[in-house]
Design a protein around this ligand. Structure first.
Ligand code: XMP
Ligand code: MG
Length: 188
């Protein structure tokens, strides 16, 4: 039976299929397995966008690890980072002396990632690296190293596979671009 895709009605076009995403997770998981061999990283998921990616990625990472989450928010109107970042939900773990791997859905201006990296370094982490699914490199306004990324993307607002518009559409199993009329319906 064909898989239903009711939510696909809101999507203008797909950018990454479920298969594309799976391939990315396998490739990155293999690399991380090599790079973290013999270490016991603390994997830090950036809520909420990273949860789908983190779940698939870590299953491909054949390394003993621990998991924690942080939620930092910077978004004003749903599209643009405000630059004012605050911790909404902090880590439970003590990161001092740990090899930390931040898992994030997408890096845009880089402000959120920079904030998280600086915070973890300040708290005494031994190493802080990040693995992001998508990198909107052209939008960067701050210098921050992205050690691992799934794919570069252009300056388009994407939803699905954890990424949202007004906290909706995260559960789409693929990644796509919203139809303009869906955006107009909410932002007007
Ligand atoms: P900055 O600008 O700080 O932003 O690098 C990173 C955060 O912004 C969110 N973001 C998006 N979310 N579709 C989304 O659903 C997008 O196209 C998009 N671009 C940025 C994302 O949550 C990330 O953590
Ligand atoms: Mg995010």
């Amino acid at each position: 039976m064909a898989k239903s895709d009711n939510m696909g009605r809101i999507i203008d076009h797909k950018l990454f299929t479920e298969e594309d995403i799976h391939e990315i997770c396998v490739r990155l998981g293999k690399q991380l397995t090599e790079d973290y061999a013999g270490k016991k990283p603390l994997v830090v998921g950036a809520l909420k966008g990273a949860i789908y990616f983190l779940t698939d990625l870590t299953k491909q990472m054949d390394v003993e690890q621990q998991l924690d989450f942080i939620d930092v928010s910077s978004y004003g109107d749903g599209f643009e980072s405000t630059g004012k970042i605050e911790i909404v939900h902090d880590l439970a773990a003590d990161v001092a002396g740990r090899d930390v791997l931040i898992v994030e859905d997408i890096v845009d201006t880089g402000l959120t990632l920079k904030f998280m990296k600086d915070l973890l370094i300040e708290r005494g982490a031994k190493s802080v690296k990040c693995c992001v699914l998508l990198d909107k490199e052209a939008r960067r306004t701050t210098e921050v190293e992205v050690e691992y990324y799934g794919s570069k993307v252009g300056n388009e607002f994407v939803v699905g596979y954890g990424m949202d518009f007004l906290n909706m559409y995260r559960n789409l199993p693929y990644i796509g671009i919203l139809k303009p009329e869906i955006i107009d319906k909410y932002i007007k």
